[in-house]
Ligand binder design. Structure first.
Ligand code: ATP
Ligand code: FE
Length: 350
């Protein structure tokens, strides 16, 4: 089976081709991502209208590029998978309309995919994980623990009640005058820092369960920074490094402890996986590897951890194998909790 995946739910326009042959590892034939980062840079965040227009302009192009790179035409495909939510509605709509147009023209089956299912199923594409496994989605917009029992069967064990860790890293960088995206910048600074110099809270550790909170860390950072500035009139390189190290340690501590709890709620799983841009963080990876203990710890390559269309093609393929199909009534959804994906994904087809 060869499937085209289309992704346009946030600020990356993606098209990818994935091929799966029974008994062999799946192959990514092409994985094109056109980033809109520069378009939104001046606004300090993703502007939905600009994103939607850029997706509409870029979709045809990235699809053509993906087909060109794989040396395939639409005739070689078995289906088209598209992110149908959750995400910025204008972008999701652009993708869904493009996919419907291509399916109408070619007669190919259409498969709607939940973006989060794409992230959550990626370790099966990259590492061939068997169900069930636990995954931590940790990105700029998401933070949740999911037990994955099948291509359409997810249980959410807990997640953030406010900010996502990536967002927290980005705000930390902003408060300290470091470049965006904040995660890599904070991690680099933290290498020279003392994580014990400033006392950061460990939010929600005193409460049972796997929920997390990160907005308080930002306030703590602001206070610590202001105290240093009030005392010395400014921040030295070392102050900044110590603040970053303390901030990063707090995030890693909280995620590690909640991961330990999530794992204890999932007897019989085959592995512990991560996805999302924050999974690039070395300190966090080390902590999570330790928590996993004897269980395999799986972190897909970064390009497949962040938003991409290969994961959408793959998740579409998994749905297709279950016999799932959508039709022209497939709708774009701004919200779409993954947990209900255990029920029919979309109110159509199947
Ligand atoms: P989503 O996929 O949830 O819609 P997103 O597109 O913002 O959100 P990703 O592209 O998966 O998320 O990841 C980007 C985030 O990852 C940014 O917030 C960035 O700061 C963070 N990040 C990247 N590298 C690191 C790192 N080394 N340490 C910590 N955070 C990092
Ligand atoms: Fe994403």
């Amino acid at each position: 089976l060869t499937i085209l995946g289309i992704e346009s739910s946030c600020d990356d326009t993606g098209a990818a081709l994935v091929r799966a042959t029974d008994g062999a590892a799946p192959e990514i034939l092409a994985n094109i991502v056109a980033s809109q980062t520069e378009l939104h840079a001046a606004f300090g965040g993703v502007v939905p209208e600009i994103a939607a227009r850029a997706h509409a302009e870029k979709l045809d192009l990235v699809i053509e590029q993906a087909l060109g790179q794989a040396r395939l035409t639409l005739r070689d495909l078995d289906a088209i998978a598209v992110t149908a939510g959750p995400g910025l509605i204008g972008g999701v709509l652009s993708g869904v309309m493009t996919a419907k147009g291509l399916c109408a023209a070619t007669g190919l089956p259409l498969v709607g995919v939940n973006h989060l299912a794409g992230h959550a199923l990626t370790p099966r594409l990259t590492d061939g994980l068997e169900f069930p496994y636990l995954i931590l989605l940790v990105s700029g917009g998401h933070c949740q623990f999911l037990r994955v029992d099948g291509p359409e069967s997810f249980s959410r064990l807990g997640g953030t009640i406010d900010d996502a860790p990536g967002e927290a890293f980005d705000k930390c960088a902003k408060l300290l005058g470091l470049p965006q995206p904040g995660g890599p910048a904070v991690e680099t600074e933290a290498r020279q820092g003392d994580p014990a110099r400033f006392a950061f809270p460990r939010p929600l550790l005193d409460r049972p369960g796997c929920d997390l909170s990160f907005s308080g860390l930002k306030t703590a950072l602001m206070r610590a920074r202001d105290a240093v500035v009030a005392e010395k009139g400014g921040l030295t390189r070392q102050d900044r490094a110590d603040l970053c190290a303390g901030f990063q340690a707090a995030i890693a501590d909280v995620l590690a402890e909640k991961a330990r709890r999530a794992l204890s709620q999932c007897p019989g799983i085959t592995a512990f996986a991560v996805a999302g841009g924050v999974a690039a963080n070395t300190v966090l990876r080390q902590r999570l590897t330790a928590v996993a203990g004897d269980l395999p710890f799986v972190a897909p390559p970064l390009a497949l951890c962040t938003d991409n269309a290969a994961m959408i093609a793959w998740a579409g393929l998994e749905r297709l194998r279950l016999g799932a199909r959508d039709d022209m009534t497939l709708s774009a959804r701004p919200r779409w909790p993954l947990d209900t994906a255990a029920a029919p994904l979309i109110g159509s087809g199947k």
